[in-house]
Design a protein around this ligand. Structure first.
Ligand code: DP6
Length: 404
């Protein structure tokens, strides 16, 4: 028990999956990218990070619990940058500046498996601190420049819908890289038919972290330089246009090509980095066979720094593509698909025999176990402030209460 008051706030934040990928740092200290990127923010009803922060004069050091387990943050520069960054924007900075902070955060999906858990986690951390300390942005997007220092992709999770991360400039507007920030291109209401189906190919921790992988790519890949100069700028423009025009054909094609470009850069890195595996590549083949059978693009795959597939599609095709994936990657566990209503529709859907004849040509035969889980979701809003009863820190002791 403690005599000093404990101030507390809880926020949830979404993941995001990039369509044009961030890969490469221009400045490792400020954590800024070598190119612009853009992503869809996913719905927190299906995947989210929930973070409680507390500050009190009775705390003796900064502490962090991740999924219920305490981590040593004494040397963690990313965590430090987020706390100090938000403290500097507090409405009453004097009130917070000397207080230590306790943080408890958990994800509703596998951590560090290429499912953007660090994006949701750092976005939730910054949003929760901002809520606790009543942070005041001096310009729109300033909080995203803080989240960026936690994890680059986290800056995009501060907004809903379709969100770009503008590379920014070393000189910035007033201070270095203060314009390397997230910008919302469209809200989640703009294209409400967009859906995402995530195939969890492996929930093991990945071998090469994004941070280490991109640093080796910057040092060794000539293809990355070509991507930065000649590929991404045009694609950014084209995909923003496609999203605003709700042109799935263009959006899907650009998304798939950019995922392929990113993984080609990984292959061009020396020594090469392999994030996709045989199952990932089989999903690519099936999606292309499906689109060829349909005569237009109904599904678009994208892969981050791990083997999991994210398939973007439209509401009208979501059951068909789900049924196709379930056919080739059948369930081997209960609650294999996160949403039961969707799972029922998918299980009952009868696939066209000509479609199956076309996708069988990929060489895939239905085998359980290669995909561990599927998440069906859509685009959603940015961080949400939650009630006190959702806190994962004890309001009287400031200690973690979350158990997985
Ligand atoms: C492949 O944001 O995890 O998912 O800034 O070093 O924390 P750090 O990297 P991180 O990298 C994400 C890479 C990606 C592409 C993307 O999300 O744009």
């Amino acid at each position: 028990m403690t005599s000093s008051p404990i101030y507390i706030a809880t926020v949830s934040a979404p993941t995001n999956i990039a369509c044009i990928k961030y890969w490469g740092k221009a400045d490792a200290h400020y954590n800024t990218p070598t190119n612009d990127s853009v992503s869809v923010t996913l719905d927190q009803a299906d995947l989210k990070a929930v973070t409680t922060v507390a500050a009190s004069a009775s705390f003796t050091n900064d502490r962090l619990w991740l999924n219920g387990v305490e981590e040593d943050v004494s040397q963690n520069k990313r965590f430090r940058a987020c706390i100090d960054g938000v403290k500097a924007l507090a409405k009453e900075p004097e009130r917070w500046k000397d207080l230590f902070v306790h943080v408890s955060s958990y994800n509703t999906f596998p951590t560090a498996a290429g499912l953007a858990s660090s994006a949701a986690g750092y976005a939730a951390l910054v949003a929760a601190l901002a809520e606790l300390m009543d942070a005041q942005e001096e310009y729109v997007g300033q909080l995203s420049t803080i989240a960026r220092q936690g994890s680059g992709s986290a800056c995009r999770s501060l907004y809903g819908g379709f969100v770009a991360w503008k590379q920014g400039t070393a000189a910035g507007n007033k201070s270095p890289w203060d314009n390397s920030m997230a910008v919302q291109i469209a809200t989640e209401q703009h294209w409400p038919e967009i859906r995402a189906l995530i195939l969890v190919v492996s929930d093991a921790k990945k071998d090469t972290s994004s941070t280490a992988g991109m640093s080796t790519s910057v040092a060794t890949s000539t293809l990355l330089q070509h991507r930065i100069k000649s590929v991404v700028p045009e694609r950014m423009e084209a995909i923003e246009k496609a999203f605003l025009a709700k042109d799935f054909e263009a959006f899907g094609q650009l998304t798939m090509k950019d995922s392929n470009s990113f993984h080609a850069v990984c292959m061009d890195t020396y020594p090469p980095i392999f994030y996709m595996n045989d199952i990932s590549r089989m999903v690519v083949r099936i999606v292309h066979a499906y689109n060829a059978w349909a005569g237009d693009i109904r599904a678009a795959y994208t892969f981050d720094a791990g083997p999991n597939a994210v398939l973007y599609t439209l509401e009208q095709y979501a059951v068909e593509i789900g049924a196709l994936m379930l056919h080739y990657f059948p369930a081997d566990s209960e609650n294999y698909i996160n949403r039961s209503d969707y799972a029922n529709e998918v299980a009952a859907f009868e696939l066209d025999s000509a479609l199956l004849a076309a996708t069988d040509k990929t060489g895939r035969s239905p085998t359980a176990g290669d995909v561990k889980r599927m998440y069906y979701t859509q685009s959603g809003p940015g961080p949400q402030v939650l009630d006190m009863d959702q806190a994962n820190l004890d309001p009287t002791t400031g200690l973690n209460t979350y158990a997985p």
